[in-house]
Design a protein around this ligand. Structure first.
Ligand code: GDP
Length: 296
């Protein structure tokens, strides 16, 4: 699929070869193709519209200089705007808080929260030399608590026990207390997901947020979710002051258009990309490289 898209963009460049200037007409032609490309990459329609409008405005003001052709200039405007929309250089985790710095993980069930919690624990231990504690607030699925226990051990962090008969906010308080007493730098809080957005879930995570006062509230979203990602992102962003996004499963064959939708809807930076099921499969998000992937 990616190569078909590449063909599309290179065809635009080729078709525009004989044209000396960027005009309303050739910009419009070219943006029709870009629009198709973004829709094929599963970027949500309203986000595509906004993006196209911005690119059009920028492209019409561009001079064509040197050996470049209008087609090449337009493709580079599109690339630059895509990268600029998805990235703003604040990639790493913010730990500027009275220890323990609390990181709250939010997202739908299956998005990759538990896996990402362990990946982050490993990242913070290895790259930032932090002492890390994890805890699960998922009192609905005992298996999820066990899963966090297992992956936390694999990450080399410590796990704080919780049980299904507890209230998530009580677990949160106990975990913070323990982290303080034992001088942990970071407390990672995994939360319950649902298969779809529901109000009880949102209320619960809002309560957790109020108790935990996290320095980072990360929205974990599956890149394969495609068009639906925008609705999930809207709901979580309305409920919580998100500070960052982790886009998971980028090792799959989706073109990752969800990145653009989610970034635009939440305004939060995309901090990391999940690129494998393994705990070392977490990368700092690279907006430029991702722009290339979306366009093919
Ligand atoms: P949660 O319900 O949000 O906690 O999601 P999990 O962490 O349990 O992940 C759901 C599934 O997605 C598991 O099978 C994970 O191994 C898998 N997963 C998570 N992140 C990634 C990723 O970046 N790439 C791949 N390929 N699989 C992932």
């Amino acid at each position: 699929m990616a190569s078909a898209l590449s063909d599309r963009l290179s065809r635009i460049v080729k078709e525009m070869r004989g044209q000396a200037r960027i005009t309303e007409a050739n910009v419009t032609d070219m943006l029709r193709e870009v629009r198709m490309a973004l829709l094929e990459a599963d970027v949500a329609l309203p986000v595509v519209r906004d993006f196209i409008a911005r690119v059009k405005e920028k492209a019409l003001g561009q001079e064509v200089v040197g050996s470049l052709t209008p087609g090449q200039v337009l493709v580079s405007v599109v690339n630059r705007e895509l990268a600029a929309t998805m990235g703003d250089g604040v990639a790493d985790i913010n730990l500027a808080a009275q220890p323990p710095a609390v990181i709250l993980m939010a997202g739908l069930q299956g998005a990759g929260k538990t896996t990402t919690t362990a990946k982050l624990a490993k990242h913070l231990i290895e790259k930032r030399k932090k002492k890390v504690l994890t805890v699960s607030g998922d009192v609905y699925r005992p298996a999820a608590i066990e899963q966090l226990k297992t992956v936390t051990a694999q990450a080399g962090a410590e796990w704080f026990p919780s049980t299904p008969d507890q209230k998530p906010v009580d677990i949160a308080r106990a975990a913070i207390d323990y982290a303080r007493k034992h001088y942990f730098d970071v407390l990672l809080v995994d939360t319950a997901g649902r298969l779809a957005i529901d109000e009880a879930l949102m209320r619960e995570i809002q309560e957790l947020h109020a108790v935990l006062k996290p320095v980072e509230t990360l929205f974990v979203v599956d890149a394969m979710q495609g068009q639906d990602a925008i609705n999930t992102a809207k709901a979580f962003s309305a409920a919580l002051p998100l500070t960052g996004i982790v886009l998971t499963k980028l090792d799959g064959d989706s073109r990752g258009g969800a990145a653009l939708s989610v970034r635009q809807v939440t305004g939060a930076p995309i901090k990391f990309a999940g690129v494998s099921e393994k705990l070392d499969g977490l990368e700092v998000f690279d907006a430029e490289r991702h722009a290339g992937r979306i366009l093919g």
